[in-house]
Write a protein that binds this ligand. Sequence first.
Ligand code: KIV
Ligand code: ZN
Length: 385
Amino acid sequence: MSDSKVYIFDTTLRDGEQVPGCKLNTKEKIELALQLESLGVDIIEAGFPISSPGDFESVNQIAKTIKNATICGLSRAVQKDIEVAAEALKPAARRRIHTGIGTSDFHIKSKFNATREEILERAIQAVKWARNFTDDVEFYAEDAGRTDNEYLARVVEAVIKAGATTVNIPDTTGYCLPHQYGEKIAYLINKVPNVDKAVLSCHCHNDLGLATANSIAGVVAGARQIECTINGLGERAGNTALEEVVMILKQHHLGLYTDVNAKMLNPLSRLVSETMRMPVQPNKAIVGANAFSHSSGIHQDGFLKDAQTYEIINPVEVGAEESKIVLTARSGRSALAHRLQKLGFQYTRNDIDVLYQEFLKVADAKKEVLEDDLVQLSKSYQKEA
Ligand code: KIV
Ligand code: ZN
């Protein structure tokens, strides 16, 4: 059987941009949208057009500019929201309206003071209304992670009947465990009679650090779209990190693939980080500064013998700089010899033994031994010899 495609729905410009301090102007949003298009994402959620005139303008400009990816605008299950989203998306070659409503009892009771039946009706009406403007309508069942499965199945069936072509099952609060999220998707696939008429989508938040694991559990269970952001940016602890799901699907043979060009992952991570003024944590998978750095002696020795002993991804594959051998007081002789050699110093084993003792003194006094320190070390050694 041939592999199935997982659609990548990027929401860096919408859910990612909701992070305090990350707000983007129209020019910045267009620049990032162009890069996301080159990255090969299938859908770009460009914003929430009714939220502000600036966001309307951004979505509208992106809709005019982007030719290959589908441009999506968010709306609540409110007629006016949907109309404004449709207006902003009008120039797009491919447009999607993403509308929805909270379906968990927390949302139904506390947010809407409504009943399940009333919410079901509002969901149906929203999708029907959105279908007046485009054939590509995605429905989100907000807080699906904490929504009773039987009720969720009724909602999914009804919105597909009303015309939704994608149904988003968000774990809005990042509450689910991977097996629970996977089971939720599997339950919907088994119970909803018309589920094959729509794509189920995973939209997972990272409150317990499980967004990526949950999204993968979702696609393994049969969902075929992942909603994610560059660097995992998003509300609170963030969203599923695009670079992580793309590389998991590349590294593991799950019968699934994406059309993302992995070589762009690191350059785009840097661009998003700079534009959104959000530093990337150094130990972040795939795009962190230390993702391909080796600093302990045991790891360095193994890596220098064969990179695959300690690296599952070649950094070139994800557009990162080549792997680094960082020198610290935990480094060994082979790492020291390697770094000296890179600077043009050739030493025998005996030389390295002597130099290593001097190196450890410097390393204990500093967090990292740098190139200048190595040159200094080498000069002093040569003077003494
Ligand atoms: O987390 C969420 O539920 C959302 C929806 C608006 C899709 O971002
Ligand atoms: Zn979200």
